[in-house]
Design a protein around this ligand. Structure first.
Ligand code: CTP
Ligand code: CA
Length: 233
């Protein structure tokens, strides 16, 4: 969809948002995927655009419509997502909401894998690690966005694991959600998150994914209006 220039507090800023799952090919007809719906990432892209940002949404396969007023780039595998993100740089803001597959098949078969006659064993699919898009975006350098935000889906020790993840990846903020309890599960419409930065934790009540997106976008506006004293703003 063509972009509509919407004036607002983020006018003049470019935001890159990743969303959805990735599909990692096994052969021409099969892939490895996960249950991400893309709802949270798409909502964030829409909220940032509504506040005036120019938004590039890099999305894996979802059932969602492209958000209005956003440039959407459709990708399948993690490596394509990374390439599309790098092509969209520079940006002021990056939000990584995609559920990037951690591993992909080491080899993509050129032809459909066939069952063997005579009871041969099923194929072993060897996996290798995918590039970490959030980590790449967070690396210091001339194209590092001023504000890099990640998500952390955890099932235990949510705040500790999320804070360790924030430090390990080098991003500025992490939105942590507990995917073991009722809210925040893949595919649902609601989410309960904690926003962690280098100053502490802010726990938000359960709300719709669209409300999480609006609140995050408002926090981003505040951040650029009054950069934090650590000097990263
Ligand atoms: N992420 C990414 N590229 C990857 C893996 C993750 O950009 N290859 C991003 C996600 O979009 C999310 C954040 O990193 O913003 C955390 O993802 P998560 O799966 O929770 O963390 P991992 O580092 O992959 O660790 P693990 O799955 O082992 O908990
Ligand atoms: Ca992961």
């Amino acid at each position: 969809a063509a972009r509509i220039d919407q004036p607002g507090p983020l006018s003049g800023r470019h935001a890159i948002v990743t969303s959805g799952p990735t599909h990692e090919p096994i052969d021409p007809v099969r892939y490895i995927a996960n249950r991400s719906s893309g709802k949270q990432g798409h909502a964030i892209a829409a909220s940032l655009a509504a506040l005036g940002a120019r938004v590039t949404l890099v999305s894996g396969p979802t059932r969602l419509a492209d958000p209005a007023g956003v440039t959407t780039v459709h990708v399948e595998a993690a490596r394509e997502m990374l390439a599309a993100v790098e092509a969209a740089l520079p940006a002021d803001i990056a939000v990584c909401a995609a559920a990037v597959a951690d591993w992909r098949p080491a080899l993509e078969a050129g032809q459909k894998l066939k069952k063997q006659q005579g009871g041969a064993l099923p194929p072993d699919i060897r996996l290798i690690e995918n590039p970490d898009i959030l980590r790449r975006l967070s690396e210091p350098g001339p194209t590092r966005p001023a504000l890099v935000v990640g998500f952390a889906a955890e099932t235990e020790c949510v705040l500790d694991h999320a804070d360790a993840k924030r430090r390990r990846k080098g991003c500025d903020w992490i939105l942590a959600n507990d995917v073991a309890t009722g809210t925040g599960t893949f595919g649902g419409d609601d989410n309960a998150v904690h926003l962690l930065d280098d100053r502490g934790v802010e726990s938000w009540p359960a709300m719709s994914k669209q409300a999480v997106a609006d609140r995050l976008a408002a926090r981003i506006v505040d951040h650029f209006a009054a950069p934090d004293p650590s000097g990263r703003g």
